[in-house]
Design a protein around this ligand. Structure first.
Ligand code: HPA
Length: 274
C-alpha cells in the first residue's frame, strides 16, 4: 500500500521546520553505545519526540526520544536519540521516519550506528564493524512502496550502497584514531527475539558477518531516496550458538558502554572528515 509520508507527517515536519536552528549537513542515528554522544557536543536545539505530532512513542516508559541539532568542529549535525524498531510493533514507514525527516531537512548524508551480534568467527565482543554491505532481502518491497520513482530507476539505486566515499572516510578515521575496524555484511533480523543458533548458522553460510534488528530498513530507504549512507556496528556479543553464553540485553548494554569512548572517538573523526 502506498503511503504519502509528506502528507502523513505534514504537521510534524511543519513543527521541526519552525524549530530547526539550521539545515544539517550530516545526520546520525545513535544506536547502543552512542546514546550519550550529544552530551559532548554543542547542542543548539533538542526536541522531545513526544512533542512532535505523529512521532511514534517510545515503548520504554520515561525514556522519550530526542531529535538534536548540534555542532562540532564547525559541522552542523542532526542526531536521533531513540530508534523506532520494527520489533516494537511499528510499521515499516514509521521505522524510517528519522531518515525521512533528515531528507526533508535537505541533509544528504547519514550515518547509522547500532549494536550487533558477531557471526564472523574472527570478531570479538567490543569490536567495531563497518557494514560494507547489508542483507535485507525480506524487506525491500515494502520500502520501495514508500517512494515514487519508476521501477527502472530503482534497479540502479543500490550500485553505490553503502556509499563507497563515506566508507573510505570511516576507514581513514579508524586508521587516524588507531582503532581496529572490522568490515562485513550486516544481516537484518526482524526480531523481536534474538536468533536461534540454526538461524545464525544459515546467516553464516550466506555470508553474514553481524546480525541486528535495526539499520537495514533505514539504510535501504535512505539509499532509495538518494542519500549517501554509511553504517557502523558495535559488536556487543557473539551471536547465538557462536557464544556459549545465553544472550542477554545486559551483555549488549554492558559491552556497548565499555566501547563507548572508542566509538565516540571514531564518529567524531568521521564528522571532522566529511
Ligand atoms: N542479535 C540481534 N541483535 C543484536 C544482537 C544479536 O546477537 N546483539 C545486539 N543486537
Amino acid at each position: 500500500m502506498k503511503i504519502d509520508l509528506s502528507f502523513k507527517y505534514k504537521d510534524l515536519l511543519k513543527q521541526i521546520n519552525k524549530e530547526k536552528p539550521f539545515e544539517p549537513e550530516f545526520a546520525i542515528i545513535l544506536g547502543s553505545g552512542l546514546g550519550d554522544f550529544a552530551s559532548s557536543l554543542d547542542v543548539k536545539k533538542s526536541i522531545s519526540t513526544e512533542d512532535l505530532p505523529g512521532y511514534p512513542p517510545s515503548t520504554v516508559t520515561g525514556h522519550s526520544g530526542k531529535i538534536i541539532f548540534a555542532e562540532v568542529k564547525n559541522k552542523k549535525l542532526l542526531l536521533f536519540k531513540g530508534r523506532i524498531h520494527f520489533y516494537e510493533g511499528y510499521k515499516i514507514y514509521e521505522c524510517v521516519l528519522p531518515v525521512f525527516i533528515t531528507h526533508k531537512l535537505n541533509c544528504k548524508k547519514i550515518l547509522l550506528t547500532n549494536a550487533a551480534g558477531g557471526i564472523n568467527r574472527n570478531f570479538i565482543a567490543g569490536d567495531l564493524m563497518l557494514a560494507d554491505s547489508f542483507n535485507g532481502m525480506n524487506i525491500k518491497k515494502e520500502l520501495i512502496e514508500l517512494i515514487d520513482i519508476p521501477t527502472s530507476e530503482i534497479k540502479n539505486r543500490f550500485l553505490d550502497f553503502p556509499s563507497s566515499k563515506l566508507n573510505d572516510v570511516v576507514r581513514e578515521a579508524a586508521i587516524y584514531e588507531k582503532i581496529i575496524l572490522q568490515e562485513g555484511t550486516y544481516w537484518y533480523s526482524k526480531g523481536p527475539s534474538y536468533e536461534t543458533p540454526a538461524e545464525i548458522n544459515l546467516m553464516y553460510k550466506f555470508g553474514g558477518d553481524a546480525v541486528g534488528m535495526s539499520t537495514v530498513l533505514e539504510a535501504i530507504f535512505a539509499n532509495l531516496i538518494g542519500m549517501e549512507t554509511v553504517a557502523i556496528s558495535c559488536i556487543t556479543n557473539l551471536a547465538a550458538g557462536i557464544s556459549l553464553n545465553k544472550l542477554s540485553h545486559e551483555e549488549v548494554t554492558e559491552t556497548a558502554n565499555k566501547v563507548k569512548s572508542k566509538f565516540e572517538r571514531l564518529v567524531k573523526r568521521v564528522i571532522s572528515s566529511i
